[in-house]
Design a protein. Structure first.
Length: 443
């Protein structure tokens, strides 16, 4: 321990900066981004930019000049790294889960996610649509997740946390009870090892199951001109009354500029980068999407993902697609490790203008069917890849997974009664959460 009079100017600066980072939320965020950038060797430019940002902000507030050495002392890897544990079912992964993982990561440095075992999920909530391996592979693809542990218990124990070297457990502000009606995090709360974040409103597995149940009812094709809409609240009534054929669902998941910014990578391709482009609906995410995106990203230096808007998907795929609206699909993609940026409402047919504007050097597409079986490419005008094909920059990627949204709908149809029951009981719980919730800041 040093005497106060022995403190050098550097020490004093260090302490000031320490205090500065601790007390300024935006600095915490910059420090965290800096760590992510440091861990990602691809991000040299971003690293320099963030270092500059720290220096400028420190200078503006404390009127001190901060050299990079001190900044890096603050952010040195020797500092204790806080390990956060989050767990859950994470069935049909969605923007609410991703926003939860993003917020959970804020409480520390390393995020470990436990995926509840299939058996425990059945006991606590009823069947999940995806098995533990599928759920785990989707969580693992999230850019805020560092480690995934499969087959964890629905009620975590202190022993498990200690075994994984966990400092804190994080969960949304929705209560979480096991089949005995006990708070699954009561032990962690007693030990002050529990952190709470804001549950994301307007999207949930239950909400998506409700939308899928409408589909599995076998309702007929619906055109995008059908203007009958269904809100989340009357979805529950429709399932209860068995009256599904009501038109597209209106999501209440909010797309604020701030939230979008929090999900974005804030980077553009560097000069000379090989820019790869892939497009699609990217409706309910499944392991097949992840494998294709991973492959596409590895084929260049920067991957843009074009996301078609709802009317385009509805026109080309018919039936009741898409299940998730464009904003929900965009957030899902931005949360993935394998996506550098997205093109929102991308054109169905890839144009020369799009290729030039984004400096695309390769267009790829998964081999899994993009169209309904009754849709056929009749002429060149019908082929969305005609331009990249002509330019010799088109390549097909062999899809390794044969999962599609239809496979999930089939799983649901096979166990329809169980899902209807689960949907009804979970919807009631969600309604209760919305009625009794108190305001919690999203971080
Ligand atoms: N979560 C969230 N916002 C949502 C849905 C889930 O913040 N809209 C959080 C939960 O609070 C939990 C984590 O995601 O911390 C995992 O949730 P999960 O176990 O999958 O179950 P639920 O909370 O029941 O989520 P869902 O209703 O979507 O199944």
């Amino acid at each position: 321990m040093q005497n106060i009079e022995e403190l050098t100017e550097d020490h004093i600066k260090f302490l000031k900066i320490f205090n500065f980072i601790k007390n300024h939320d935006n600095m915490k965020k910059i420090a965290e981004d800096l760590e992510t950038a440091e861990a990602n060797s691809k991000d040299d430019e971003n690293l320099v930019k963030l270092n500059e940002q720290i220096k400028t902000e420190a200078q503006a507030i404390y009127k001190i000049s901060l050299n990079t050495k001190i900044a890096s002392m603050m952010l040195s890897p020797q500092r204790k790294r806080i390990r956060i544990y989050m767990d859950g079912v994470f069935d049909i992964i969605h923007s609410g889960h991703f926003n939860a993982l993003r917020q959970g990561k804020r409480f520390g440095h390393t995020l470990i996610v436990g995926i509840n075992s299939d058996a425990d999920v059945v006991k606590a909530k009823g069947p999940s649509l995806m098995n533990v391996k599928e759920r785990g592979s989707l969580v693992e693809a999230c850019k805020w997740v560092d480690e995934v542990v499969l087959d964890t218990p629905y009620t975590p124990t202190i022993e498990l946390l200690d075994e994984l070297n966990i400092d804190y457990v994080a969960h949304g502000d929705d209560p979480c009870y096991n089949e005995l009606g006990e708070d699954v995090y009561s032990e962690m709360k007693k030990q002050n090892r529990f952190k709470m974040f804001k549950r994301t409103e307007g999207i949930s597995t239950t909400e998506i199951i409700g939308r899928l149940l409408m589909l599995s009812k076998g309702s007929t094709s619906r055109s995008s001109s059908d203007n009958k809409t269904m809100t989340s609240s009357n979805l529950l009534k429709a399932v209860a009354d068995d009256t599904f054929d009501k038109g597209p669902v209106v999501s209440s998941f909010l797309t604020t500029g701030w939230r979008l910014h929090e999900f974005c990578n804030n980077r553009v391709p560097k000069d000379g980068d090989k820019v790869v482009y892939i497009d699609g609906a990217f409706d309910i995410l499944h392991p097949g999407h992840i494998e294709t995106l991973k492959k596409a990203q590895s084929m260049g230096d920067f991957l843009y993902v074009g996301v078609h808007d709802d009317a385009t998907i509805n026109f080309h795929r018919g039936k009741n697609y898409p299940i998730l609206n464009m904003q929900e699909r965009v957030f899902n993609l931005l949360a993935l490790k394998y996506v550098d940026d997205v093109v929102i409402a991308a054109p169905w047919g890839i144009t020369e203008d799009l290729i030039k504007s984004l400096k695309i050097t390769l267009v790829v597409h998964g081999s899994e069917a993009k169209f309904d079986s009754d849709y056929q490419v009749k002429s060149e005008q019908d082929d969305p890849f005609a331009v990249p094909r002509k330019l010799g920059i088109f390549q097909q990627i062999e899809s390794v997974y044969d999962m599609t949204s239809e496979v999930l709908v089939k799983r649901l149809i096979d166990n329809r009664d169980k899902y209807v029951k689960k949907f009804q009981s979970k919807s009631e719980k969600e309604k209760n959460y919305y009625q009794t919730k108190e305001y919690v800041n999203e971080i």
